[in-house]
Design a protein around this ligand. Sequence first.
Ligand code: ADP
Ligand code: MG
Length: 386
Amino acid sequence: MSTRPHSVLHDRPPSGRADGTPAIEFVGVHKDYLSHGDVVPAVKPLDLAIGQGEFFSLLGPSGCGKTTTMRMIAGFEDPTGGKVFLAGRDVTDVSPNKRDVNMVFQSYALFPHLNTYQNVAFGLERRKVGKDEIRRRVGEILDIVSLTGMDKRAPREMSGGQQQRVALARALVNRPRALLLDEPLGALDLKLREQMQVELKRIQREVGITFVYVTHDQGEALTMSDRIAVMNAGVIEQLGSPREIYERPATRFVAGFIGTSNLVDGNVDRVEDGLALLTYSPQDRVVVPVAGTVRPGDRLEVSIRPEKIDLHREVPPVSATGGSVLSGVVSEVVYHGTSTNYTVSTATGADFTVFDQNASNAEDLAERGDRVFLTWAPRHSYPIGV
Ligand code: ADP
Ligand code: MG
């Protein structure tokens, strides 16, 4: 990890305070736009605290309010109501250039006629920082973003990924309290984007600055974030670590938006030892852990991740599963290299997706039209929104 404990970004007291004051805090912040006389509620009243040094992502589909939220942190957009705090200070009425946060966009917005060094040094020169200090700080930050030796290059002489690093260096060299990144990797191809995700995470760890990252790409958010806020229609539907969000999506929307989820409805027949039983036929049943409030007759929606399910050609003995068993017919088989993905029309009426890791060179488990049985352990199903 970092071999630069006293890098550029650490030679002032850490931004924020050691007392746990959030780097960024929203209290009842909301935003309505007026568009041709109509009120567009872009962000509904939002309470949010982002910790000092955290890599925090806002994840959601286009139009859900991510950019608006970001612009209210930066001060480019005034909230319709509520208060914004940075390191404990109310900045709701403070202009963007006095907020000590920087923003990086997908369009790098570099000065085309300036080289790397000049682009990064620009802000420091304007603030009349001494020449030697500028040289030191620019050198250190170019090192951190892996651009050493590129000082003299003009933007047009560099790849998209390198230009993005220059933009990042330019934003970080000012030592902001927080860096706001709005879909910064959107213009890069997949391979480069994945490399930059790992790099961004490393850079953030090294500089120790709070990053707020906006993306509609769930893989990106899962890879980099300490915590993710999943937004839908101006509301945060779930806030948690990547693992919490993936393993236990709180709503139907989150379950569908993050990865692939199988969803099945059913009436509870029995509740025993904290497990609810939903039966669809004498052989077809779903077993799901539930809270004490769930009663027979209740309707439940249950979610199961595709990689948790085993696919069999023969009816598995009940004792071998102790959990859910659904019969079905394979309607699709797609080979993905590392896994084979099956679509199975089940007796519940729902189509299930099953991922089978291609750990051995064995042939596919089943073909289109085959009758199969799906099983999974109780702990791999969970009720949605209960
Ligand atoms: P995202 O970044 O998640 O795609 P935005 O924050 O850009 O979402 O937009 C949220 C909602 O607000 C959308 O419905 C969008 O059409 C609307 N919106 C954004 N900016 C304006 C504006 N300046 N005037 C009116 N409506 C806007
Ligand atoms: Mg946006």
